[in-house]
Ligand binder design. Structure first.
Ligand SMILES: [Zn+2]
Length: 379
């Protein structure tokens, strides 16, 4: 196994996304620091301080699967979390305790990737519209949903818990709990949550063999997202093996032609989740969703007009196990070389000769590969 790592080291950038090992160490370190701070505060004040922020613990959740082209909704055990918001007297405007029954907590969800970078590559640049409840509007980001959106405090009640069901679109989300007293905003607390498939690694966009012949080239990036080349680590190792084998099997069956370059079109986003592409399609697609305030809306992507932002075609490609490769060779510059066609039989031979770790689905312009070595997050 270690040898394999060395052989393929150059095929990966090994850039771990947040949530990978270094980040986890940092997290543990922060946790220890927080713990020490709490003990210190406890010792100093003779009790747990009132102003512990709700955001002291921010969970990482798996992207769920809401209905899209398929009617199935999947909510995963690690795709939801109960978030606790703690309010101090100051947070609710120092009103007398007997008045707390008139304090309403209103929750909502925001996507905050731009404040926290764009780690999942899910921030859309540009204004893309579709029909939202029948009128042309900017396409909203699906942000997940809450178990409820408003509640009222009781006198003396300082904590409120709400369940967050993670979005199907990976990214950074903030759940905000605003405290209103007789309709007036007095203060708010928030929890930031990362929605992601953990530990995906970047697969090199271009690969060469030891003689410096190009073996593969990644294409398929669009103006909507450029980082479509993330996979689970074990999948990446198997994929590198397979791509080498495709090139040699092609040469064997085509008079020694060593010029085939596997043209990979899509894998997964850096944080996985819904793999949106922004294509237009030639039929309408209507999806019912819920906005960050709990309101249901219908969104219709019109045929040939609206880019499908935050909407499939790709139902899969969500967890770093799925890779699309073109039926044609790349020309070495990102174009298609239609004089070199990869026969399905050759692909299947290459799969068998490299360990048999992939299943193939012929999608006419490309082969959709699924790696059996990866962890299947979407049953
Ligand atoms: Zn595919």
């Amino acid at each position: 196994m270690y040898e394999k790592f060395e052989v393929f080291e150059n095929f990966f950038s090994y850039k771990r996304e947040r949530g990978g090992k270094p980040a986890r160490h940092k997290y543990i370190f922060r946790f220890i620091l927080l713990f020490i701070t709490l003990i210190f505060l406890y010792e100093c004040s003779g009790g747990i301080p009132d102003d512990i922020l709700a955001s002291a613990s921010s969970p990482t959740l798996r992207p769920n699967k809401f209905p899209d082209e398929t009617p199935t909704e999947r909510i995963y055990y690690d795709g939801m979390a109960v978030l606790t918001f703690r309010y101090t007297k100051e947070d609710i405007g120092n009103i007398p305790e007997e008045e707390w029954g008139n304090v309403e907590i209103r929750f909502h969800i925001e996507a905050v990737d731009s404040e926290h970078g764009n780690p999942a590559d899910n921030v859309v640049n540009g204004n893309y519209t579709a029909l939202v409840n029948g009128t042309i509007q900017t396409i909203p980001r699906p942000v997940g949903r809450l178990s409820y959106y408003t509640t009222t405090l009781s006198p003396g009640q300082k904590e409120v818990s709400v369940e967050y069901i993670a979005s199907d679109v990976s990214g950074v989300y903030k759940i905000v709990g605003e405290a209103y007293y007789r309709g007036e905003l007095k203060g708010k607390k928030d929890v930031v949550v990362e929605v992601k498939i953990p530990d995906l690694v970047e697969f090199s966009r271009v690969g060469y063999d030891s003689s410096n012949n190009m073996i593969w080239r990644f294409g398929g990036e669009t103006q909507f997202h450029t980082r479509n080349n993330y996979v689970q680590q074990r999948v990446g190792l198997a994929l590198a093996n397979l791509l080498n084998k495709i090139k040699s099997v092609y040469a064997e069956n085509n008079q020694g032609d060593n010029g085939f370059i596997v043209r990979i079109t899509d894998a997964s986003l850096p944080w996985g989740g819904m793999f949106w592409i922004g294509y237009t399609k030639n039929e309408n697609l209507t999806i019912q969703r819920v906005d960050g305030y709990g309101n249901y809306y219908d969104i219709t992507y019109r045929a040939g007009i609206d880019n499908r932002i935050y909407a499939p075609p790709h139902r899969e490609h969500r967890d770093g196990r799925h890779i699309d490769i073109s039926v044609y060779s790349d020309d070495g510059n990102g174009g298609i070389d239609m004089s070199r066609h990869l026969e399905e039989g050759d692909l299947r031979d290459a799969i068998m000769e490299s360990g048999g770790y992939f299943s193939v689905y012929d999608e006419i312009t490309h082969y959709h590969l699924t790696c059996s070595l990866g962890e299947n997050y979407y049953y």
